[in-house]
Design a protein around this ligand. Sequence first.
Ligand code: SF4
Ligand code: SF4
Length: 120
Amino acid sequence: MSANGLDNQKYGLLINYDFCTGCHSCEMACKKEFGLAQDQFGIKVAQYGPVQNSGKKWEFFYMPMLTDLCTLCAPRVAEGKLPTCVHHCQAKVMQYGTIDDLAEQLKVTPKSVLFAPKCC
Ligand code: SF4
Ligand code: SF4
């Protein structure tokens, strides 16, 4: 059974981190939804840079990372809602869907990562 309890497909999140603003709304939404403690995160936003890399080009980006506490919002998804981190991301950098569909999307979306949860 899948994370959303609806079928036998595997689901995940595709994150186009090229457009992540580092606003942390996804972190806060997840914490509120699941009542997580201050040091617990289902999703945590990391920062790289600003650094001057090869060719003296500057690199600076944020990377939302999913942890083992992520359940892909199974209770919300079972009610037909999006995962709350996806819902609250104003920059719309996260997509929820089947791993197969997201992998297809990944092929044409640079600077993206595909997250498949361990939990379910
Ligand atoms: S999908 Fe749900 S459980 Fe997973 S990180 Fe996002 S808000 Fe948290
Ligand atoms: S809510 Fe969206 S833009 Fe904000 S930190 Fe999370 S992924 Fe990045």
